[in-house]
Design a protein around this ligand. Structure first.
Ligand code: NAP
Length: 345
């Protein structure tokens, strides 16, 4: 049976800050039947992830497009693959059956067909399906692997996290607090600052937009220096953090969102500080740490069930809202994991 599949596409490559007008809602014809002999899984998308890295895929050229299988170039007019949760409509793959919930690489569309390795059956265990897009999905793994594997924390260390109210940042702060670190975050509004301190238990939080000198701001919050900086934003914040790092400090470069939409903006860290303070600056991709998924998952489920961690998510309804949800990431509109619910469960 053929149906119309609505999906979101870019009209042309995007090389600056994205606008809603850069996107269009397209209609494609889509078969709900499995091709005879294929291992296709036909999926109705339920919740799709809205992630900053997609902007690097939308550019005419970006380092990401040639170095990661998850971040290849997006062609104008074509379906955009994205992490999400869906329900199986039909399957030629014996591992999946009709009505199974699945999590993996779906699309910014109503339906998708999948026959690759990045799809798993999902048992939601009574938790909201959306959790598996964020805190119990790739954002969670990014925060967990980035903090524990890349930053190698010790109890009592002083941790700074930027974009702290975002999907990855809020989880890094919560893992670090659970682990016994002193945690300071920065975020872009008074509402976010209040939430991180009062709801998520960060030790201190500041609004970086209200600071005229980031170096002095960090000195105020870290009079004894920073041991770990979990960087989500890059540019001036990374430069200021480097100036405040302690000997043998570790910087996990998770993302540099402030540089994604501005080709001329790049961090110029003080390399003498890096050398003499023996600072490790290490970029990482969550996809390289899938081996940690079982450990991450069981610890995080445990923390959620015992109330030690909370899920911060920002879910809107309707595929047509994907462009504004995506564009809003670069204005700081989201609080927590940004997700679009495409269809009812
Ligand atoms: P997110 O933090 O939920 O959303 C983006 C946030 O970034 C916004 O809410 C905004 O918060 C902040 N922001 C936007 N523009 C900014 C700017 N110019 N300067 C400073 N802050 C800005 O997104 P996420 O999914 O958790 O991703 C966070 C970072 O991790 C991104 O850089 C992303 O690319 C990266 N990431 C990396 C991996 C990996 O495997 N390495 C995986 C997932 C994500 P404010 O209100 O604080 O400005």
């Amino acid at each position: 049976m053929e149906v119309t599949n609505k999906y979101v596409a870019i009209k042309a490559n995007i090389d600056g800050a994205p606008q809603e007008s850069d996107f269009e809602l397209k209609n494609g014809s889509f078969s709900l039947l499995v091709k005879p002999g294929s291992k296709d899984v036909i999926i109705k998308n339920l919740y799709v992830s809205i992630d900053p890295y997609q902007i690097n895929r939308m550019k005419t050229a970006s380092e990401s497009q040639t170095t990661s299988v998850f971040a290849t170039m997006i062609d104008p007019g074509k379906v955009i693959d994205a992490y999400g949760v869906g329900i199986v409509i039909a399957s030629g793959n014996p591992e999946f059956e009709k009505d199974d919930y699945v999590v993996g690489l779906l699309s910014w569309g109503e339906y998708c067909v999948y026959n690759g390795p990045y799809l798993n059956k999902l048992d939601a265990m009574g938790l909201p399906l959306s959790y598996y897009v964020g805190a119990l999905g790739l954002s969670g793994l990014t925060a967990y692997a980035g903090f524990f594997e890349i930053c190698k924390p010790k109890k009592g260390e002083k941790v700074f996290v930027s974009a702290a109210s975002g999907s990855v940042g809020n989880l890094v702060g919560q893992y670090a607090k659970q682990f016994g670190c002193y945690v300071v975050g920065c975020a872009g509004s008074p509402k976010k600052v209040k939430l991180l301190k009062e709801k998520l238990g960060f030790d201190e939080v500041f609004n970086y937009k209200e600071e005229t000198d980031l170096n002095l701001a960090l000195k105020r919050y870290f009079p004894d220096g920073i041991d770990i900086y979990f960087d989500n934003v890059g540019a001036e914040m990374l430069e200021a953090a480097i100036l405040n790092m302690n000997l043998h400090g570790r910087v996990a470069v998770c993302g540099v969102i402030s540089e994604y939409t501005d080709n001329g903006k790049r961090a110029v860290p003080d390399m003498l500080s890096v050398i003499y303070k023996r600072i490790t600056i290490r970029g990482f991709l969550a996809g390289d740490h899938m081996g940690m998924f079982p450990e991450f998952f069981s610890k995080t489920i445990d923390h959620l069930n015992t109330g030690k961690m909370q899920v911060l998510e920002d879910v809107s309804f309707g595929l047509e809202g994907v462009p504004s949800a995506f564009v809003g990431l670069f204005r700081g509109d989201n609080v927590g994991k940004r997700i679009v619910q495409v269809s009812n469960d």
